[in-house]
Ligand binder design. Sequence first.
Ligand SMILES: Cc1ncc(COP(=O)(O)O)c(C=O)c1O
Length: 375
Amino acid sequence: MALYPELDTPSVLIDLDVMEDNIARMQAVADRAGVRLRPHTKTHKSPWVAGRQAEKGASGVTVAKIGEAEVMADGGIRDILIAYPLYGEYKLRRLRPLLERVKITLSLDNAEVAEGISRLGQETGRKIPVYLEVDTGIHRLGRDPGMETVEVARDLVKLPGIDLIGLITHAGQGHDARNREELIGVARHEGRALLETAEMMRREGIETREISVGSSPTAPFVSEVPGVTEMRPGTYIYNDVMQIDAGVATQEQCAATVLVTVISRPAPDRAVVDGGSKTFSSDAPASYGHGEVGPRRHPGFGMVVGRPDLILQRLNEEHGMMGLADPSMDLKVGDRLRIIPNHVCGMINMHDEVIGVRGSLIERTIPVAGRGKIR
Ligand SMILES: Cc1ncc(COP(=O)(O)O)c(C=O)c1O
């Protein structure tokens, strides 16, 4: 029988049992380490899913954009970290009403951004809590740990409308660690660099209370560094081929798959499915990340569940070209396949809704209310 005959394709399926296991496992990691879990919602972009994380103990959510924060606030989430520098009048005008509705914390890495936020804090008569971001190896935002960061902190504490609550980092380079030892090294550095920098700030009279770290690969090792107060993994909720390749998830722990239909067998060695780059995103394993393409990289644009013999070799916008090693392989027009995406966050952001399933049963439609909220 065809997979999920009630659904048209392409459709994104979320295996709710797997998702719930992923939520419980990460919450247990946080609880054991005595660290608050504030999941990043960039992966699911859904207030309903954020609610399931909160039910199990998450302390709030992390988002990148004001639009995502608005969606989460509308969906009943009361404690939101916008982990992205908010600069300019457009942003500050939208931030103002959000401050009235829910608890908002911000992060930034420079005084120029902080000045605008401080002005808003003064106007509203309430200091806005901010984290100072530190670069622990991803080389994105933030200065190096140590005196470079302390210098920025000195400027921030002069601003009357913000409350510098602590230091934050995202060691996303953990996705490219080649083995467990390397990954543990990234996790240790992530936490220790912040703690040491906070200590240097303290010696100058700059007292802070929060140390926020987090990525999905480093999260399981959060207990390695006592003193961390919060972690913010996001991808763990669904997992993907990147997580499998990083050695931090198994195929069974991947909750999101794309259900597609074979629409053509135009050549003996080729099948075409009805999902391309507008369904899966264009993330090839080698195109993500910062390092080499290691031996653990799976080929293609996703993993076909139960069919390791099939490789999704090429994507056009609406066509997925599947390579068949042996022309006699059993695959015909009308067959349905489930494919684990390479990078689930990019894939989910392309869909208005996903379908929650348990086994072969369809349980609910989950709106991806935060999709496309790039402002
Ligand atoms: C600031 C911040 N925190 C947390 C995360 C979550 O990390 P991961 O995708 O490894 O779960 C991200 C991911 O991009 C991030 O940018």
